[in-house]
Each structure stands twice: as structure tokens, then as C-alpha cells.
Design a protein around this ligand. Structure first.
Ligand SMILES: [Zn+2]
Ligand SMILES: [Zn+2]
Length: 242
């Protein structure tokens, strides 16, 4: 078979920019088109089951809900699930994707998310997706919204219709990495607004993001979507950090 233009393009790109595994730096063959070498890809860890029926965290004690979700007040976010544990290999891939301009990683990561979605039939009813929006200032710095690329990739493969621009970020919230759970909740309150309520009304919406930690960001956005008339809101992220 004659090599097509895309293959030639990929080859040329790799002659100019040799590809190595984003985690262990092993040299990769140009035709593989994968950001992780087979060993590192095989090290991606699906979220172990059983997991909390609400927040999706792995459970040690075999109950239905985790300690935090048991008896908690109802949340706007009906349930949350993630594809993988945020381990070292996935961390390297997400870091390259978000902070080193490797926009091309979105295809690989969205494909992994699509495969993982099969493990969660409880998300089957969610036929529409929305990405966690970035503040315009951050979007300008990064050049793309990683959550949007993942949501679009998931939509293309998983028959989930992407609702473009349904919500916006109204505040450029500070980084959450050093904040406590309660501080994160306060930090995210009122951070989003729904600008196209007609897109969300009466629909079951899957919020897509790269990494979830306390779910404060997703809960804040889910609350706005519910106020705008969404029927149910769930979240699906690439990675989960307890
Ligand atoms: Zn590797
Ligand atoms: Zn839980």
C-alpha cells in the first residue's frame, strides 16, 4: 500500500522532532503515533471497582457509597466517574498535553476515555456533553481548552453530542492545588455562567474534564446547568485524584 500523505507528514514531523514516550523518554517508532510507549500505556490504571455510586472513588469497605457521600445533602452533580487513577504515567501525559503544548495528545487521551466509558453503563443515559470552560485569559495563554478537546474526542467516538459554548467561566479562579476541600468549594462558587440555556434545558449532560480532585469545580458548574434547566448532570474525567 502506498503511504498516504498523513503518514508521510507524520514521518517528516518525526524526523524533525523525534518522538519519545512522554513518561520514560523511550524512543517511539513514528508510525505508532502514541504518546506513551507500550510499557507505560500498559501501566495506566483503571479506577478499581467497587467505587462509590455517587462520587466514583474506589471503596475499601464494599458499601455502596463512600464515607463522604453517605447521608450527604443532594448535590447538583448526580454522579462522577473517571477513567483512570492519576498515576505517574498518566500525570506525564496530562502534563505534556496541558503545559507543553502537546495538543496532539487529545486524540489518544479521548480514545482511552471512550474505551473506559464502557465500564460505566450508568452513564449511558447522558447523550450530551459539555466541557469545563477555561477563563478567556487562561485560554489565551494555553491556546486551547483541554477539556473541550477531550469532550469533542469523546463525542466523535461515543455518540455523545457536544454542546459548544453552553457555559462560560466568569471568574479566573486561583489555582486550587494548595486549597482545602472547603476552600475549593468557596473558590469555585459562582465561577461559571450558562450563556446558552436552550442547549442544556431538559437534557442529561455529561461534564468532561481532564482531572478531578474534590469535584468542587464540577459541582459548581453542575449547579449552574441545573439552574438553567438541565435534567441530570454527571461528570466523566480522564483521571481521578483522591
Ligand atoms: Zn514509556
Ligand atoms: Zn463518594
Amino acid at each position: 500500500m502506498a503511504p498516504n500523505l498523513k503518514t508521510i507528514g507524520t514521518y517528516l514531523l518525526n524526523v524533525l522532532l523525534p518522538r519519545t514516550c512522554v513518561h520514560c523518554a523511550l524512543d517511539l517508532h513514528y508510525l505508532e503515533g502514541q504518546p506513551l510507549c507500550p510499557g507505560c500505556r500498559g501501566s495506566l490504571e483503571p479506577i478499581p471497582k467497587p467505587c462509590c455510586a455517587v462520587c466514583g472513588l474506589p471503596l475499601d469497605d464494599g458499601g455502596r457509597d463512600c464515607y463522604d457521600c453517605r447521608g450527604a445533602a443532594p448535590r447538583a452533580l448526580k454522579l462522577a466517574r473517571s477513567a483512570f487513577v492519576f498515576n505517574a504515567q498518566l500525570r506525564s501525559a496530562v502534563h505534556a498535553f496541558k503545559y507543553r503544548g502537546r495538543r496532539d495528545l487529545s486524540g489518544f487521551l479521548a480514545r482511552e476515555m471512550t474505551l473506559a466509558l464502557d465500564r460505566y453503563p450508568e452513564l449511558d443515559a447522558y447523550n450530551f456533553s459539555a466541557a469545563v470552560p477555561l477563563h478567556p485569559a487562561r485560554l489565551r495563554r494555553r491556546g486551547f481548552n483541554q477539556a473541550e478537546l477531550l469532550a469533542r474526542g469523546l463525542g466523535a467516538r461515543g455518540n455523545i453530542f457536544y454542546l459548544e459554548g453552553a457555559a462560560v467561566r466568569t471568574r479566573d479562579t486561583k489555582s486550587q492545588t494548595t486549597l482545602s476541600k472547603e476552600e475549593r468549594r468557596v473558590n469555585m462558587t459562582g465561577a461559571f455562567g450558562v450563556v446558552k440555556p436552550e442547549l442544556v434545558k431538559g437534557r442529561n449532560i455529561l461534564l468532561v474534564d481532564d482531572v478531578a480532585t474534590t469535584l468542587a469545580t464540577l459541582e459548581s458548574l453542575a449547579a449552574e446547568l441545573k439552574k438553567a434547566g438541565a435534567r441530570n448532570v454527571a461528570a466523566f474525567t480522564l483521571a481521578r485524584e483522591p
